[in-house]
Every structure is written in structure tokens, then in C-alpha cells.
Design a protein around this ligand. Structure first.
Ligand SMILES: [Zn+2]
Length: 221
């Protein structure tokens, strides 16, 4: 990923202009797809956070982060408010929650050269329109996520959290999710235009699926 020129968008201006689009996430993300296996573009869906949670397996803070981050990116790439899942490709950080948000909401898939995973991207996702090449990176602003969630999360991944500590971590993550859902996404995320982004798909199958590591931990007593 060389020659990346970051150009910050005037977010304060956007926040003023886009009060209407900071609607509650339950309003959903509007997508457009083809209408059958060999069909034409035209079938619209409303994808709510709850729909993404069913695809992912649970609702978690990472899923809320992914959903809201992508909504912010889509506002720039698809100002009409309709996300074309036949025209979008995405690079995601490797977390299980973020990658599920990425493929579900954009329609990107590795085998079609529209999705891959990389730690070497600015922020959480790099999202690109295929038709005009417009590309943005979206990141969670520093300090928004409580640091304790990441430090405890690391211990959980190492199997070092006891049952009751895992429950505490879940409480903290749920509180963070609530905070995100109750505050305007434009205050928590930054979308930046990327010029000359180099699409460089790599197939990685050695990422640890961190959300299943503690699946056999007994309940807190
Ligand atoms: Zn998750």
C-alpha cells in the first residue's frame, strides 16, 4: 500500500449537513442487488443491525462498530443513500465481527476479487466503488473505545479471564455498544478519501477466530 494520500473530508461540515442521516441504526442500510441468479439490478433491501447480528451469530461491540463505520463510509460513496452491493469492494481488518460486517453489508467476497483482509490499511475498512474508483478509509476515532475493553479482550484471547471476568467484559462491551448507538456516528468515526489506493488482495487463512475461543467456559457462579 504505497502512495496513499490521505485527504481529510470536512467532517464538521458533513455533520451539519447530514443530521438527517444520523438516524438510529434500526433505520437500516438500504442496499440494491440483482433480482435473481441472472437478474437485473433493482432489488432493494433494508439491512438492520439485527439482520447483521443473525448473520454474524451474536450482537457485540465489534459488530456495532463495523455497522456504523460502514454506514459513515456509504454516506460518502453513495450519497443517494442506496448502497450498490454489485459495485462495492472492501478491505477489512481481520476481526471476526468486522469481516462479517464487511461482506454482509457490501456484498464483497474474496472469490470475486471484491473482499480481502489486511492489517496494513488505515483504520477499520477501506471501501471502494468499482464504477468510479472512489475509495475511502473509515476509522474509529481515538479514545472512543474504552481501553480496558482491548486490554481485557487480549487476556480473554489468551484464555486468562475467569468465567465471571468474561461476564464483566461482556458488560463493558454492551455498555460501549449502547454508547455508540446513542451518539451520532459522525462524532465517533472519521471517513477519509484515499487516492491511488492499491488493491492488493491476499488470501489469508491463518487468522484466529477470537470470538469462539472461550465457548466452553462454564457460567459465572
Ligand atoms: Zn462479534
Amino acid at each position: 500500500m504505497k502512495k496513499i494520500l490521505l485527504l481529510l473530508l470536512p467532517l464538521t461540515m458533513m455533520a451539519c449537513q447530514e443530521v438527517k442521516t444520523d438516524a438510529p441504526p434500526t433505520m437500516g442500510i438500504t442496499t440494491i442487488d440483482t433480482d435473481f441468479s441472472k437478474g437485473r439490478l433493482g432489488l432493494k433491501h433494508q439491512l438492520a443491525l439485527e439482520d447483521l447480528a443473525k448473520f454474524h451469530g451474536h450482537l457485540c461491540d465489534g459488530l456495532v462498530v463495523g455497522y456504523q463505520a460502514l454506514r459513515e463510509a456509504f454516506k460518502i460513496l453513495y450519497p443517494s443513500g442506496v448502497v450498490d452491493r454489485t459495485n462495492t469492494r472492501i478491505v477489512s481488518q481481520p476481526s471476526p465481527c468486522l469481516t462479517d460486517a464487511a461482506v454482509y453489508l457490501t456484498g464483497g467476497r474474496y472469490q470475486f476479487n471484491t473482499f480481502y483482509v489486511s492489517k496494513d490499511i488505515p483504520g477499520l475498512f477501506v471501501v471502494q466503488r468499482i464504477d468510479d474508483g472512489k475509495t475511502v478509509a473509515v476509522s474509529l476515532n481515538k479514545g472512543v473505545k474504552p481501553a480496558a475493553i482491548d486490554s481485557l479482550g487480549k487476556l480473554a484471547i489468551q484464555g486468562k479471564l475467569a468465567a465471571c471476568q468474561l461476564d464483566k467484559l461482556k458488560e463493558m462491551e454492551d455498555r460501549f455498544s449502547d454508547y455508540l448507538l446513542q451518539s451520532p456516528p459522525s462524532a465517533n468515526f472519521t471517513v477519509a478519501a484515499l487516492h491511488h489506493f492499491e488493491w492488493n488482495p491476499v488470501l489469508k487463512n491463518d487468522v484466529v477466530k477470537t470470538d469462539i475461543l472461550n465457548k466452553n467456559t462454564p457460567p459465572c457462579k
